[in-house]
Design a protein around this ligand. Structure first.
Ligand code: SAH
Length: 208
């Protein structure tokens, strides 16, 4: 997976590649799917949600520029797989997931695998998690019309937000970076398709 799907497509950060090697992707999906867990595609995790394809997880993680002293917010924690990859790379991961059953399952998986630096809650992640803000990085695994203002407000100076934005049909990976002493720089990257970010600063409930 790492050589053919990630290195071959330009993922270079050795720490990200190592984290992708170490986190067992199959542990985050139903046993029936475990055999194909490292395939070049998203994986269903129930409730109409998916874990992104390995390349997309690695691409977004690399773009976040995670460092060992960072505190990172993971919005749309789902199975907990992306949170686990981040947890290998930063000091603490704060995860927000809107579907309580998924939060519970992710917590169980992460505990079973021995991750102690991930804190999860069920809630609307478009509002961030103000109690633990500011964050050095914010990674959103669901697509919204634009970057939620609450998330941008919870970025530390020099912090980076990585998130798919666009219409429901087609999106691009947005990178927003808070400058030291002020404003926000944004740039748009590769095309992608994600499940919707549903909430106060995302798409309305019921959007599919
Ligand atoms: N990162 C996840 C991917 C899950 S798919 C993983 O590695 O498994 C995206 C997730 O975003 C879904 O679980 C969905 O329920 C969640 N989501 C959608 N809108 C949300 C919101 N406003 N707040 C928190 N989670 C949300």
């Amino acid at each position: 997976m790492v050589r053919e799907q990630l290195e071959a497509r330009g993922i270079r950060d050795p720490r990200v590649l190592q984290a992708m090697r170490e986190v067992p992707r199959h542990a985050f999906v139903d046993e029936a799917l475990a055999g194909g867990a490292c395939g070049d595609h998203p994986l269903p995790i129930g409730f109409g949600q998916t874990i992104s394809q390995p390349f997309m997880v690695a691409f977004m993680t690399e773009l976040l520029r995670p460092r060992p002293d960072h505190r990172v917010l993971d919005v749309g924690t789902g199975s907990g797989y992306q949170a686990a990859v981040l947890a290998r790379l930063v000091r603490t991961v704060f995860g927000v997931e809107r579907i309580p059953e998924l939060t519970l399952r992710a917590q169980g998986t992460l505990t079973r695998l021995g991750f102690e630096n991930v804190v999860l809650m069920t809630g609307d992640g478009t509002l961030g998690w103000s109690r633990f803000a500011p964050f050095d990085g914010i990674l959103v695994a669901a697509a919204g019309p634009e970057a939620p203002a609450s998330l941008l407000a919870q970025l530390a100076e020099g912090g980076r937000l990585v998130m798919p934005t666009g219409t429901r049909a087609s999106q691009r990976i947005l990178l927003a970076e808070r400058r030291f002493g002020g404003g926000i720089d944004t740039s748009e990257g590769i095309a992608c398709t994600f499940v919707p970010l549903l909430g106060r600063e995302g798409w309305p409930e019921g959007t599919s």
